[in-house]
Design a protein around this ligand. Structure first.
Ligand code: KG4
Ligand code: ZN
Length: 342
């Protein structure tokens, strides 16, 4: 089965062509346009701006993804439509959660193509897709514990099979990535700040500054990161920060986030007797969290997607759709910005 998959839930517009090979997913093309530069100027995402950018990119991105799947590196719709007609069995699209304006662009485009080309549609939950990005070029066995850590979400799940899972806990306030981005802003770093905080943390690792790892001692799988933001704010208030101070604060903040993510994820693996952990979402691109989990986990295999498949991308939507091919008619699919785990 070969799928055209579309992602447009936030600030990335992405499309991919993916197919299933034995037990893993093969990506034939994955094209992403990002409106991050626009959002960096405003220090965060303004939904209206994100939706307008989605409208600009969606058609060129889909056209390019179709052409690149046959190694044709141009933007001709004439070639792309032939590929869509002849090669593609179904169209997958993110239907939630996300920003309504952004989601609508991808969903309505997918519905139009589904209707015009008579291809079934597969609606995909963006959050679950972040975890299933791990099936790209990797062999994953069930059961596993999944940790989704992105700019909007922090959730722990137990997966028994492709479609049977249990939500164990999540953040009560800010997501891990959101906290990093907000603290980054306090420190004068560009949005989104996660990768820059990781880079600076390596330079500040000798510091004695420590922040509280929120809820680390609590016997639940819940997270909370807004207190960390307040603690960092109190610490930097009325201080003239040098470059060295900023690096040290980055280290302390990253350590607090990673300590709590590691502790709760390993506790979940122990409780549910899983020897596999999958990380997903933008924060899973963080090499330090991957290494810490690997160091602390005995007899547990830790998987994280390749970096380009950690942040929002079309290939992960296709990966989920191939593992759970829930084919639907275009009329029955609609965007759901509040979608969670159902
Ligand atoms: O999954 P994603 O692309 O978008 C959402 O669905 O939210 O995640 C974006 C988040 C941002 O908060 C960004 O700061 C964070 O991922 N991020 C990182 C790293 N790279 C991106 N956080 C920590 N370390 C990184 N290397
Ligand atoms: Zn995401």
């Amino acid at each position: 089965m070969k799928i055209l998959s579309i992602e447009s839930s936030c600030d990335e517009t992405s499309a991919a062509i993916v197919e299933k090979q034995a037990k893993s997913i093969n990506v034939l093309s994955n094209v992403t346009a990002t409106s991050l530069a626009t959002h960096a100027k405003t220090g965060g995402i303004i939904p209206e701006n994100a939706a307008r950018e989605q409208v600009k990119y969606i058609i060129p991105v889909i056209t390019r993804a179709l052409n690149e799947s046959r190694s044709m590196n141009h933007e001709s719709w004439k070639e792309a439509r032939t590929i869509l007609q002849n090669d593609i069995d179904a169209i997958a699209v993110t239907y939630g959660p996300g920003l309504i304006g952004s989601l609508l662009v991808g969903v309505e485009t997918a519905k139009t193509l589904s209707f015009a080309f008579q291809k079934p549609l597969i609606p995909v939950n963006h959050l679950l897709a972040h975890l299933f990005a791990n099936f790209i070029d990797q062999k994953i066995v069930f059961p596993f514990i999944g940790l989704i850590v992105s700019g909007g979400h922090t959730d722990l799940l137990y997966f028994k099979s492709e479609s049977e899972f249990k939500w164990l806990g999540g953040t009560r306030d800010d997501a891990a990535g959101e906290a990093l981005d907000k603290i980054g802003r306090l420190l004068g770093l560009n949005y989104p700040a996660g990768a820059e905080i990781e880079r600076r943390a390596k330079l500040g690792e000798k510091t004695k500054i420590r922040f509280h790892a929120p809820l680390i001692g609590e016997d639940t799988f819940d997270f909370s990161f807004s207190g960390l933001k307040s603690e960092a704010m109190r610490f930097v208030q009325n201080k003239k920060l040098t470059n060295k101070n900023v690096n040290e604060v980055c280290f302390a903040v990253q350590k607090a986030v990673i300590d709590v993510l590691t502790k709760k994820t390993l506790k979940a693996a122990e409780k549910y007797k899983c020897s596999t952990i999958l990380l997903g979402g933008g924060v899973a691109a963080n090499q330090t969290v991957r290494e810490k989990l690997k160091q602390e986990a005995e007899r547990i295999e830790i998987f994280a997607p390749e970096k380009i498949y950690c942040t929002d991308n079309g290939a992960m939507i296709g990966a989920y759709a191939l593992m759970n091919p829930n084919l639907q008619e275009w009329k029955t699919v609609s965007a759901n910005p509040e979608l969670y785990f159902t």
